[in-house]
Design a protein around this ligand. Structure first.
Ligand SMILES: NC(=O)c1ccc[n+]([C@@H]2O[C@H](COP(=O)([O-])OP(=O)(O)OC[C@H]3O[C@@H](n4cnc5c(N)ncnc54)[C@H](OP(=O)(O)O)[C@@H]3O)[C@@H](O)[C@H]2O)c1
Length: 317
C-alpha cells in the first residue's frame, strides 16, 4: 500500500509517520514538505522528503494531509488525480456538505458517502464529540465548553514561540495574538460576532458530526502555556436525570478512559490514544445538568491518530 504524508516534517505529519510505522508492516511511505534535502526514518530506512510538486507525486492509495488549509486546497486535485483517498487535517473542507467529517468512535457510518476526500475534525471537536456521543442516548438539550489548549495545537511555530518567550526572546513567526509564556490567551483565531474562529469550529463541526443542526452549544477557547495536550471543562444538559446511567455511559464508551476518583492532568496523557474524563458531577443547583473535566493528546487523537484510524476503517471496508 502506498501512502503519502503531505506536511511530513511538521508536528502532526511527523507523528503520522511514527504511527504508520507502529501500525503497518507493508507500507510504502512518501513524505512531502516545502523543500527536500531532509530525510525521515521509517522502519529503519532513511526516506527522502520530497518538495511538493506534481512531478513528485506517484500513484497512491492514501494521502494524509498535515498542512494548512491553503495548501490542502491547492494540492487536493493533484493527489486525487493520482488515485489517492485524501484524509485532510486542515479546516479547508470540514463543513462542505459532500465531505464526511469523521471521528471513528462517533460517526464512522459517514465514511460511506466519501468522494475521495475525508476531513479530520478540529482537535477540540474530536475531544468533545466522543463524550457527547456517549451521552446522546439521554437526549442532549444544551452544551457549554471551555477549552484549555496547549501551544502545540498551533504547530511548530506555537511550540517555538513558547520556548523563545520562556528564554526572554521574541519569536517573529508567533501564531499567537499575545505573549503565551506565563499567560493565558482567550483568543484562538480571529473573532467573528464575538466568538473566535476556534470557537466557531467547535460549534459548527460538533453540530455536523452529531447530526444535530440545532444543538444549543457555546464555547470559550483559551490557549494555555503548556506544550502538549488539550483540556476541556464541559457542562451538558440532558432530558433525563440519573447519575449512575450517565456515569455508565461515559465509562463504557469506546475511546474514553474514565476515573471516578481524582482527576487527569495534561502531563498524564501525553502520547495516549483516548479521551480521559474525570470529575463527572451533577450541577449543584440545576436538574439534569452534568459537568466533567476532559484531557486528551491534541497531536495524537486530535490529529494524526484519528486520521490513521479513518484510513484503517477504509482499508477494512
Ligand atoms: N497541531 C495540532 O494539534 C493540530 C490538531 C488538529 C489539526 N491540525 C492541523 O494539521 C495541519 C498541520 O498542523 P501542524 O501542527 O503539524 O503544523 P506544523 O507543525 O506547522 O507543520 C506544517 C507542515 O506543513 C509543511 N509546509 C509548510 N509550508 C509548506 C509549503 N509551502 N509546501 C509544502 N509543505 C509546506 C511544513 O513543511 P516544512 O518543514 O517544509 O516547512 C510542515 O511539514 C494544520 O492544518 C493544522 O490546523 C493540527
Amino acid at each position: 500500500m502506498k501512502v503519502a504524508v503531505f506536511g511530513a516534517t511538521g508536528l502532526v505529519g511527523s507523528l503520522m509517520i511514527k504511527i504508520l510505522e507502529e501500525k503497518f508492516d507493508n507500507l510504502e511511505v512518501y513524505p512531502f514538505a516545502s523543500e527536500g534535502g531532509r530525510t525521515i526514518k521509517f522502519k529503519e530506512r532513511e526516506i527522502e522528503v520530497k518538495p511538493i510538486s506534481e512531478y513528485n507525486i506517484p500513484k497512491l492509495d492514501f494521502a494524509l494531509f498535515a498542512v494548512d488549509s491553503f495548501l490542502s486546497k491547492l494540492w487536493k486535485d493533484a493527489f486525487l488525480k493520482k488515485g489517492a483517498i485524501i484524509i485532510d487535517n486542515s479546516s479547508a473542507f470540514r463543513l462542505d456538505k459532500d465531505v464526511p467529517l469523521v471521528v471513528p468512535e462517533v460517526n464512522i457510518e459517514d465514511l460511506r458517502f466519501h468522494k475521495g476526500l475525508i476531513a479530520n475534525p478540529n482537535c477540540s471537536t474530536i475531544q468533545l464529540t466522543i463524550p457527547l456521543k456517549a451521552l446522546m442516548k439521554f437526549s442532549i438539550k444544551r452544551v457549554s465548553v471551555s477549552t484549555y489548549q496547549s501551544v502545540s495545537g498551533s504547530g511548530r511555530d506555537g511550540l517555538n514561540a513558547y520556548h523563545f518567550e520562556k528564554e526572554g526572546k521574541t519569536y517573529e513567526k508567533t501564531p499567537f495574538s499575545n505573549v503565551i509564556y506565563n499567560n493565558l490567551i482567550p483568543q484562538i483565531g480571529n473573532f467573528q460576532n464575538g466568538y473566535s474562529e476556534e470557537e466557531w469550529k467547535i460549534i459548527n463541526e460538533t453540530r455536523k458530526i452529531l447530526k444535530m443542526d440545532n444543538l444549543i452549544i457555546s464555547a470559550t477557547a483559551v490557549r494555555v502555556p503548556i506544550e502538549f495536550c488539550h483540556s476541556q471543562s464541559v457542562e451538558v444538559e440532558l432530558e433525563k436525570e440519573n447519575f449512575d446511567l450517565v456515569e455508565d455511559a461515559i465509562s463504557n464508551f469506546s475511546g474514553i478512559v474514565y476515573k471516578n476518583n481524582g482527576y487527569f492532568t495534561p502531563r498524564d496523557i501525553v502520547n495516549k490514544d483516548e479521551v480521559y474524563i474525570s470529575r463527572l458531577r451533577k450541577h449543584p443547583f440545576l436538574d439534569n445538568v452534568y459537568l466533567f473535566w476532559s484531557v486528551f493528546d491534541n497531536l495524537r487523537k486530535g490529529a494524526a491518530l484519528n486520521a490513521i484510524q479513518i484510513m484503517e476503517a477504509l482499508i477494512e471496508d
